[in-house]
Ligand binder design. Structure first.
Ligand SMILES: *Cc1c(COP(=O)(O)O)cnc(C)c1O
Length: 379
């Protein structure tokens, strides 16, 4: 064994696996989970679909998961008031896999994937795993997107994909419709040059991926990018059942986009990537979405109360469109994080120095968090 050397990828040297610490703590507000387990109605609906799917477990699952795409289409029509055909929907094991597949299909060696910091820390990993180059521009001090920075990144790097989380993680801020439309206009021919059949070099567009993992928690006046899909064939909107649906354990993410984009993704997907049980459980959950949306409403109003409390106490906290709050600033944020942990409250030390992120929990958990914060920070 001592002579044996594994042929490890040199670019993975020194890397560590991604993941927030999974600690056994009474109050876990660190990974933006929904604090409520599925309701009895949702559970019963999922159990019924699963029982049926189990009877056909000797067969490979539906590769194109038509039933699930129909259920997602119906759900989006209710949630966002946007009609999206099932053929314009694609799903995979969490939006993590959905975004990875987008990069497998549209990025790769010699190509650039761009994003704007601070943002979701998984994006550079998807780029690394698809052998793409990752570049970032900076957001403004209020964490909104800086269009001058977007132009600079597009002109300098000609990215094939840009990733925009909206509502953004960890800041909770969302893109405005006018900003997104401007980005969609700017990206019509900023992608890599590609050789046409006659040998001419032609510019492609940059794919604009809006990651709406927290879309359902957006405030009343914040639009969803889904509204713009009809006019922009280079727009992709990702969603997930992990956050609003309280089904992080299910691993189901999806996207809405033009059929041309979906056809390209179908080329790289594994033949049966979405298990029959995942498909069935997701259909069961979606059948009870009205119930689930009532909970989302509760979380949104609790979130607004926490942001108001934090601001009242003199913290900085940007208004959030997500199910978490981002607040600061602390000269030693690790001390605050540690002090909360000692009081049984786990939050996340993430984003720019001095800031912390806490997920919205149940009302009792939120009270405990705010109380512990008072003890540790003195305000
Ligand atoms: C939580 C999160 C996801 C989620 O991923 P799943 O794989 O669907 O659980 C995607 N994007 C962002 C920005 C997130 O915070």
């Amino acid at each position: 064994m001592s002579q044996l050397r594994l042929p490890k990828r040199p670019d993975l040297q020194g890397e560590s696996p991604y993941g927030a610490p999974q600690l056994e703590v009474p109050i876990r507000l660190n990974v933006n989970e929904n604090p409520y387990p599925p309701s009895p109605q949702v559970l019963e609906s999922m159990e019924n679909s699963l029982r049926e799917a189990l009877q056909n477990l000797n067969r490979y699952p539906d590769r194109d998961f038509l039933q699930l795409r129909q259920a997602l289409s119906r759900y989006l029509a209710t949630e966002s008031k946007v009609e999206i055909d099932p053929e314009n929907i694609w799903a995979a094991n969490g939006s993590n896999e959905v975004i990875l597949q987008i990069l497998q299909a549209f990025a790769g060696p010699g190509r650039v994937v761009a994003s704007f910091s601070p943002t979701y820390s998984m994006y550079p990993e998807y780029a690394r795993d698809t052998f793409s180059t990752f570049v970032t521009g900076q957001r403004k001090p209020d964490f909104s997107i800086d269009l001058a920075e977007v132009k600079r990144v597009l002109a300098t790097h000609r990215p094939s994909v840009i990733l925009l989380a909206s509502p953004n993680n960890p800041t909770g801020t969302a893109l405005q419709k006018a900003e997104l439309e401007e980005i969609l206009q700017l990206t019509r021919n900023t992608g890599p040059q590609q050789e046409a059949e006659n040998g001419e070099l032609l510019p492609t567009c940059t794919l604009v991926v809006v990651d709406e993992a927290y879309g359902e928690f957006r405030r009343e006046d914040t639009p969803s990018a889904l509204q713009l899909l009809k006019n922009y064939p280079h727009l992709v909107v990702c969603r997930t059942l992990s956050k609003a649906f309280g089904a992080a354990g299910l691993r189901l993410g999806y996207l809405a986009a033009s059929t041309e984009i979906i056809e390209q993704i179908r080329l790289i997907r594994l033949p049966y990537h979405l298990s029959a049980l995942t498909q069935a459980a997701a259909c069961g959950a979606l059948a009870q979405s009205a119930e689930q949306m009532r909970q989302v409403q509760q979380i949104r109003s609790d979130r607004d109360k926490i942001v108001a409390q934090l601001q009242e106490r003199g913290f900085q906290s940007v208004p959030s469109d997500a199910n978490f709050v981002f607040f600061g600033t602390f000269t030693d944020r690790h001390r605050i994080w540690q002090g909360l942990l000692e009081r049984g409250v786990l939050i996340r030390e993430v984003g720019p120095d001095g800031w912390l992120r806490a997920s919205v929990g149940t009302p009792a958990e939120n009270t405990a968090f705010l109380q512990a914060l008072k003890e540790v920070s003195g305000k």
